[in-house]
Design a protein around this ligand. Structure first.
Ligand SMILES: *Cc1c(COP(=O)(O)O)cnc(C)c1O
Length: 407
């Protein structure tokens, strides 16, 4: 790999060179993973000579801070997603600055493309042409799309319950789809065994360290888009907790590089019916038998795979967690669409729902950023629950004018 980029174990601190056969720390990993949070998560450590190199406000070239060289990047543009000032919402809620970071504009419609992009580049560099992933939907459709751009083949393990649009995306991109009779955890474990037997690169979230690393790029973009102005609050949705750790990793790197001096207040939002990390942080309860249930499929996970690391990262960054109900999510999704023109999927709306729930406790002059991670068209069956379809009108203009609301 690139000179001087290393892996460091989040648990024991051992250092490893970045190689295709190292996923979890060989010292800390557990032999039997079945449905549990992973032990020995590896993070990428930047070279020591990069310390404080951004202290004079030098312009960021993100690829300088990623462990794979630019020449291996897939030929498709990922990231650099828009940061939109939510003017109507600011006005209605009386806030000075609310920004929406909309990752639904990524090529496959979700934040997951940031991770897939780096994994695809790493596979190319390692001369592996096949990538394996287990997913509730977005990681799969993302890997399939990005790999298609790079001319790589994707093998996907998915539970039957995934929203149809996400299955269709996978097939459209030409991936080999293995729909598993069982839940996401079953798919996860099967995919690990499949990778082991075939030698194909595994992209499972948290398990492959480059998923966290790829997701950090959003922090660098926010830093640039806000011209270094401080973010006070950053709300983001949490499932397995890899976006959470990726974002915290991004801000940690920015601190190491000398660009910023402190973390924004990071608030991870989970659905009430999928609150493994919330429970772990506040009740110290890592319930390995936890069963999730929420309409927000992308954040519906039992024992979060990145659970141990996510809680540790939250403590380091002094972050918080919040939970919201499915009704609050659907309300937030619909309200956000009407007020901003951004239609995001339920899991993304969770971050907005979390903000709506906590807004009373936040000073109105603070800068708030909401991470919106996926496009609404990926799961219209959920969105349909908070809208009403009109009946068909008689084809008569007077009748129509009499029967619609013109305001
Ligand atoms: C995967 C996903 C999340 C949750 O990310 P984790 O890393 O699992 O916490 C949130 N929103 C969308 C749209 C996703 O696809």
């Amino acid at each position: 790999m690139k000179k001087d980029f290393k892996y460091i174990c989040d648990n024991c601190g051992r250092i490893y060179s970045i190689e295709k056969n190292i996923m979890l720390c060989p010292n800390c990993r557990e032999e039997v993973i079945k449905g549990k949070p992973l032990k020995g998560i590896l993070k990428v450590q930047l070279p020591a000579e990069q310390k404080n190199i951004l202290i004079d406000g030098r312009k960021i070239n993100i690829s300088d801070f990623l462990p794979v060289e630019e020449k291996y990047f897939p030929p498709i543009s990922v990231g650099n997603t828009p940061l939109i000032e939510a003017k109507n919402i600011q006005k209605e809620l009386n806030f000075d600055k609310i920004y929406l970071k909309f990752d639904g504009t990524n090529p496959t419609g979700s934040f997951k493309d940031r991770a897939s992009y780096l994994v695809s580049a790493f596979a190319k560099k390692s001369n592996i042409n096949e990538i394996v992933v287990a997913s509730t939907g977005n990681a799969a459709s993302s890997m399939a799309g990005i790999a298609a751009a790079a001319g790589q083949k994707t093998f996907i393990f998915m539970p039957k319950s995934a929203p149809k649009a996400k299955l269709v995306q996978c097939l459209q991109y030409g991936a080999e789809l293995i729909i598993v009779n069982g839940d996401y955890d079953t798919a996860f474990d099967l995919s690990l065994e499949f990778s082991k037997r075939t030698g194909f690169l595994n992209r499972n979230t948290a398990y492959n360290p480059l998923t966290i690393e790829g997701k950090k790029t959003v922090a660098f973009e926010l830093y640039e888009q806000l011209a270094g102005n401080e973010i006070d609050y950053l709300f983001l949705p949490v499932g397995d907790g890899v976006i959470l750790s990726g974002v915290i990793k991004g801000f940690s790197d920015l601190m190491f590089l000398g660009a910023i001096k402190k973390f924004p207040k990071i608030i991870g939002v989970q659905a009430e019916g999928s609150s493994f990390i919330y429970n772990a942080l506040y009740k110290g309860n890592f319930d390995l038998n936890y069963k999730a249930s929420t309409i927000a499929d992308s954040i519906s996970v039992n024992a979060a795979r990145n659970g141990y690391s996510a809680v540790k990262d939250l403590k380091t960054a002094k972050g918080e967690m919040a939970t919201v109900s499915d009704d609050e999510i659907l309300y937030a999704q619909n309200y956000l669409s009407k007020m901003s023109g951004i239609f995001c999927e339920p899991s993304s709306a969770a971050s907005f729902a979390g903000f709506l729930k906590l807004q009373e406790s936040i000073d109105k002059n603070k800068t708030v950023v909401l991470l919106l991670t996926g496009h609404g068209l990926k799961d219209i069956d959920s969105a349909v629950k908070s809208i009403k379809f009109p009946k068909a009108f008689k084809a008569d203009i007077d009748y129509i004018l009499d029967n619609i609301n013109l305001k």
